[in-house]
Design a protein around this ligand. Structure first.
Ligand SMILES: C[S@@+](CC[C@H](N)C(=O)[O-])C[C@H]1O[C@@H](n2cnc3c(N)ncnc32)[C@H](O)[C@@H]1O
Length: 174
């Protein structure tokens, strides 16, 4: 039987669920976190998440709770902590975990800084364009990114979640 995959727009709900099953609640930065829905969902689960993104955006007015199949409104009085600046490697020392979903241009910085400060990362990358990484002709960009972390000696694992389009991530747990 074929399992139905969720639309891409529900990735935040699925990634939040997987994160809460994989890590204990911790001080987290969502780098390039956009509107902050992932941060909001994790904070609802007892996490302490800050969005680091130079473009200030407000939380969406609603989202779907996919486990209850129910629309949930987000009050315009609700917010998540934000640093409206480009991500810098030194910021990593203030967190236990860095998340990057489609954070193009910052994936290598996130891996490097987590290696330097001994922190964990979760990346669901969409590309490595403009990243300082060498792509060998016989290795695709995703494997190259995963290998980059492994070659630094980090315990990099891979996960694929149940939503359409690019649904595979890499993560570390130290
Ligand atoms: C493709 S969007 C991804 C947004 C969200 N994470 C998602 O998965 O829908 C990339 C985000 O990275 C942010 N961004 C761009 N340059 C950045 C930087 N140097 N540091 C942190 N965020 C950055 C953009 O403002 C944008 O919100």
């Amino acid at each position: 039987m074929q399992v139905r995959r969720y639309p891409h727009q529900f990735r935040f709900q699925l990634i939040a669920k997987w994160l809460t099953e994989t890590y204990a609640p911790c001080k987290t930065a969502d780098v390039g976190g956009g509107k902050g829905l992932l941060a909001y969902l994790l904070n609802q689960a007892g996490w302490d998440v800050t969005v680091i993104d130079p473009v200030h955006q407000s939380l969406p007015p609603k989202y779907k709770d996919i486990s209850l199949d129910k629309r949930v409104l987000i009050s315009d009085r609700d917010s998540v902590k934000r640093i409206d600046e480009p991500f810098q490697e030194e910021m990593t020392k203030d967190y236990d975990l860095l998340i990057g979903l489609h954070t193009h241009g910052s994936n290598i910085k996130i891996i490097n800084s987590c290696n330097k400060y001994k922190k964990n990362f979760v990346l669901f990358p969409c590309c490595v364009i403009d990243e300082p990484i060498e792509i060998k002709s016989n290795i695709n960009w995703f494997d190259s990114l995963e290998n980059y972390g492994k070659e630094l000696g980090m315990p990099v694992e891979r996960v694929t979640l149940n939503f359409v389009r690019q649904s595979t991530g890499i993560y570390s747990r130290i």
